[in-house]
Design a binder for this molecule. Structure first.
Ligand code: NAD
Ligand code: DAU
Length: 376
């Protein structure tokens, strides 16, 4: 039995990682450690909450005393660390919370793991501290014009095309150059993780992933927010000219990459994870409008007039693009879904799970923990 802590398991990506590990590894004891901030929603995990190898513990990663006690009491062998404040717009308004959770919270986990693992006879043997980070730590790339393929529905073709035209990508050795308080806090946490390897010999791994999309994403982020607004015919606030570029990866592909890297990644290494799937915001927004309209039986393009250009995000990064060939070459991972398929699945999921969306937008989900867990 391996005891694995997954932090932030009640959030968007974390819930997919918890689901994958609980179902795929019945021999592991999976502990979902989550504070349940506004972004944590246990309803994301209803299908696994009664599995014998799953346990939820409500805890703040910054609470060092209790985190350390948990490592000792539960004999933790590995940690997959996703808990974070994750929304750039919130970080612009409230940077302190981001420094607290993302930097000091990560440090608290590192120190707890260090003290516990160093107390064992075999110390760090077969232990793993896996830190989930973001491509935003590398800063922004230039938008090369033309981008290559107008609607790059195909991952491989897009990759080769970009390489052939010499377009720039983030690679594992790219310089850190964060611009938002969010990315600055993630960059800082990455440095702490690497410092714990270099100073104490902790077996760490860091991965930096591009934008995820898919089910259970909190509707403050572009894709779920816009799907919900189109459904309700509410304005779609496009920042600036809508020309910023993001590289989109289906969330289950990210979870699969985390599984492969947790088990087979090289200690002290870094892997970039991305979809080779770049889109200008405005183009993706048009695809969302087209898809929602079609699935709801509305005339094609009926909702294009919802597009509303608003003041740009301060320090808005122009373009992110990940080169994930190291992960593909060394560990054999590649995205499984074409974007066309992923976006269709995603829109369908949100339209079929309106209850989940209403639950969140009404704030009711915040009572789920009290109802479900306080009675136990
Ligand atoms: P999310 O905001 O959906 O979920 C974050 C989770 O962390 C929530 O369940 C929340 O309750 C929990 N949490 C927050 N503060 C906590 C604390 N102090 N103690 C314990 N739990 C706490 O985030 P997400 O989009 O799923 O991102 C997960 C991780 O992946 C983050 O580290 C993020 O930086 C990284 N990441 C996200 C993306 C993306 O596109 N969403 C891409 C690359 C990397
Ligand atoms: O690249 C990985 C990052 O992707 C993660 O580290 C972050 O946690 C995650 O939130 C995401 O960051 P972004 O800022 O790229 O995602 P967001 O969904 O907030 O915005 C995507 C793009 O859409 C971005 O260029 C800003 C724009 N946008 C966003 C919102 C919410 C709009 O134009 N209007 C909006 O209302």
């Amino acid at each position: 039995m391996k005891n694995i802590v997954i932090t932030g398991g009640a959030g968007f990506i974390g819930s997919h990682v918890v689901r994958l590990f609980v179902n795929k590894y019945p021999e592991y004891h999976i502990i979902n450690l989550d504070k349940l901030t506004y972004a944590g929603n246990l309803a994301n995990l209803k299908d696994v909450e009664n599995k014998p190898n799953y346990e939820f513990i409500r805890m703040d990663i910054c609470d060092f005393e209790n985190v350390y006690k948990l490592f000792q009491d539960k004999h933790i062998d590995g940690i997959i660390h996703l808990a974070a404040e994750s929304h750039v717009d919130r970080s612009i308004k409230d940077p302190f919370t981001f420094a607290q959770t993302n930097v000091l919270g990560t440090l608290s986990l590192l120190q707890a793991a260090k003290l516990y693992w160093e107390s064992l006879p075999k110390r760090y043997e077969n232990k793993r501290f896996y830190h989930i980070s973001t491509d935003e730590v590398y800063g922004a790339l230039q938008i090369t014009d033309p981008l290559g393929i107008e609607s790059p529905f195909t991952t491989k073709a897009s990759s080769e095309h970009h390489q052939a035209y010499g377009h720039e990508f983030f690679v594992e050795t790219s310089k850190y150059n964060p611009h938002s308080p969010y990315s600055a806090s993630k960059a800082s946490s990455d440095h702490f993780v690497r410092a714990y390897h270099d100073t104490y010999g902790m077996p760490t791994i860091v991965t930096n992933c591009s934008n995820n999309y898919g089910p259970y994403q909190f509707p403050e982020k572009l894709i779920p927010l816009f799907i919900n607004n189109i459904r309700h015919r509410k304005p779609l606030p496009v920042y600036g000219k809508g020309e910023n570029v993001r590289d989109w990866l289906y969330v289950e592909d990210h979870a699969r990459a985390i599984d492969v890297i947790f088990h087979h990644g090289h200690i002290a290494d870094t892997y970039n994870i991305g979809g080779f799937n770049e889109w200008k915001n405005i183009d993706i927004i048009k695809v969302l409008i087209k898809t929602v309209d079609r699935l709801l039986g509305r005339p094609e393009g009926a909702d294009l007039d919802l597009i509303t250009y608003v003041t740009d995000r301060p320090g808005h990064d122009a373009r992110y693009a990940i080169d994930s060939r190291k992960l593909q070459d060394e560990l054999g991972w590649e995205p499984s879904l074409q974007f066309e398929e992923g976006i269709e699945k995603t829109v369908q999921w949100y339209l079929h799970n309106q209850e989940w969306m209403d639950y969140i937008t009404s704030g009711e989900y915040e009572r789920y923990y009290e109802d479900m867990y306080s009675k136990r």
